[in-house]
Design a protein around this ligand. Sequence first.
Ligand SMILES: [Zn+2]
Ligand SMILES: [Zn+2]
Length: 274
Amino acid sequence: MSLDLWVGLGVLVGLFMVEGALPYDQTRDRRAVHGVRNLGLAIASGVVGAALAPLLLGAMSFGSAQGWGLCPRLDLGGLGGALISFVLFDLWMYGWHRANHRIPFLWRFHRVHHTDPAMDCTTALRFHPGEILLSGLANLPVIVALGMSLQTFVLYKAVMVAVILFHHSNLAVPARIDRGLRRLIVSPSMHRVHHSEIRAETDSNYGTIFSFWDRLFGSLRVREDTQAIRFGIGRFAGDAWQRPLRLLTIPFLAEWPPGPPTGTRAAPVPANRP
Ligand SMILES: [Zn+2]
Ligand SMILES: [Zn+2]
């Protein structure tokens, strides 16, 4: 297993235990059932991700043999190249996530992640295999264009998995600490807004690791009353929709173009603040 898998497994188990002792939403029940269902989808996505690995390695070694990519061209050295490609790859992830909300075909797959009516660290695993396939293929030219090394990519994935498990978690992070963290990384309060059933809130806070992309591109949306947020997509809120086999069908439902995630109830949206 590579570093990102070990980090992911360790952080997942640790957070799941701490969420039980220090929950943000204290009304949560059936955590194990919820977790197992999200894990079911994660296994299907993991198989697709593993199948793409040879393609990724092949693209990386081909690009490297040709001397392609920004980092080799700029001759930044090992550390400089790793830093630049790490940050720029996170910018790409921001743009890709935003595209998943804007482009109806991509939203069909990405909305599966947004159907979770209860957020915790296992929500970070809830991605449709189709989304993993599309993002894995889309990542290839970006990695080659950046000249990103395998070590930097694995490091990025390890940091990414720790941050996304954390910002999906149902952990009672004190507001002051959350405010401090979100100056640099996507915090739980930021990502809870992204999982709101209100479309204007869903279409905000697209960051994966760093929060400054949302600040820079005007998509940051902050609420202090995150306890009042209803998560999910109304029409997929029923318990039957939470089963992995049903979740797998969501992108293929005869609905084109997809409507908004039913977040149409009138609710005041507080002004954005850093
Ligand atoms: Zn999203
Ligand atoms: Zn999420």
